[in-house]
Design a protein around this ligand. Structure first.
Ligand SMILES: Cc1ncc(COP(=O)(O)O)c(C=O)c1O
Length: 362
């Protein structure tokens, strides 16, 4: 099984540079820079006494809360050890043998699909169209005689382009996928930054559509591993049948319950991100030669000047203990592209200064 490259491997860099993890500024994983909410940390401390028991294999209480927030029935939800676990369960559980992936996107879909023996085709958003989601190309694929997919994977907002497919367009896609009797899997790992775009309210209309969510990014707890899948109860049950027992530990369940109820943190995070993302984008614009793609999430895709190479710039920044995501190997992107997470103003200033000097600016 080949490992795709993901952001966030601070441990490897720390080992290579013989420095503590705490000395690295990680812009390569898109984690809420405000850190985990205090309500979540308190919940973990309170839940520590529970570790003498196995976790609730049904995540019953957490599912009640999620059901209420998502306005669905609790039996439409499956909680997983990060949404990555669910991405890997889906192809086997739904016996997917052919899939269409809307790219360029998170590479774990391809890995999960190929591991399960599925073929994978792509429709890539185009750089010339500022990576507008490739709805038309997807519809064209469906119209090709004999072309049929068991499943379509859409990441919305999309990692790494930051683009959102609006609900009308998703509806068009869902209709086409339903006609083929396929599954439409919409990954909303970054939807908390633009909740009005969620397709969750469309689930009842499209029983073959499923929504994936993650709590790790928005609540800044990727080390705890928690995500969930929402879809028709019968289908969710099929996926659950493939899941190992006790995948989701009790601390993750308790902390999730607490953070989901922390509406003040959610509002503060969205307001913060809007302001800080704009400020960071303005900073990048002062470094001439960069092309920025607008983003609805907490990261920005950047195209470096043609004379540079993303791998080299990434390595030079890493030497300064700043990690960014080199996107040059991602199918559908160019060798000048990097993705950076939006962090705090102070951290972002460090990145701007370091990138400026890497590109030969004072
Ligand atoms: C689009 C997308 N989906 C899902 C995941 C997996 O998140 P997790 O397994 O932490 O829930 C990631 C992680 O980077 C991602 O970018």
């Amino acid at each position: 099984m080949t490992q795709p490259i993901h952001g966030g491997n601070v441990y490897k860099v720390a080992r290579e540079q013989r420095i503590p993890v705490g000395r690295i500024l990680d812009f390569s994983a898109s984690i809420n820079p405000l850190g985990p909410p205090a309500t979540g940390l308190r919940a973990i401390r309170a839940a520590l006494k529970q570790i003498v028991h196995y976790p609730d294999p049904d995540c019953w209480q957490l599912k009640q809360e999620l059901a209420q927030q998502c306005a669905v029935d609790a039996d439409m939800i499956l909680v997983g050890n990060g949404s990555t676990e669910l991405i890997h369960l889906l192809p086997r559980a739904l016996t997917i043998t052919s899939a269409l992936v809307m790219g360029p996107t998170f590479e774990e879909y391809t890995r999960a699909l190929t591991d399960a023996g599925s073929s994978v085709q792509y429709v890539h958003a185009r750089r010339e169209e500022r990576f507008r989601p490739p709805l038309k190309d997807a519809l064209r694929q469906f119209s090709i005689k004999g072309s049929r997919f068991d499943a379509v994977f859409l990441c919305n907002p999309n990692n790494p382009t930051g683009q959102v497919m609006d609900r009308l367009a998703v509806r068009e896609l869902a209709e086409a996928v339903e006609r083929q009797q396929g599954w439409l899997i919409v990954d909303e790992a970054f939807i908390d930054y633009c909740p009005a775009q969620s397709v969750m309210p469309m689930l009842r209309e499209y029983p073959r559509m499923m929504v994936l969510r993650s709590l790790t990014k928005f609540y800044a707890m990727p080390g705890l591993r928690i995500g969930y899948l929402v879809g028709a109860s019968k289908v969710v049950e099929r996926v659950k049948d493939c899941q190992p027992p006790w995948s989701v530990n009790s601390l993750a369940q308790e902390v999730s319950l607490a953070v989901l109820r922390d509406h003040a943190y959610a509002t503060m995070s969205r307001t913060f991100m809007k302001g800080e993302r704009s400020r960071l984008m303005r900073g990048f614009r002062h470094l001439s030669g960069l092309y920025l793609y607008p983003s609805a999430a907490n990261f920005v895709l950047i195209e470096l000047p043609v004379s540079t190479c993303a791998a080299e710039v990434t390595a030079r920044l890493a030497a300064k203990r700043l990690l960014v995501r080199d996107c040059s190997t991602m199918p559908g992107l160019t060798s000048q592209m990097i993705r950076v997470a939006v962090k705090t103003e102070k951290d972002n200033r460090r990145l701007l200064a370091a990138l400026g000097s890497c590109l030969g600016k004072p």
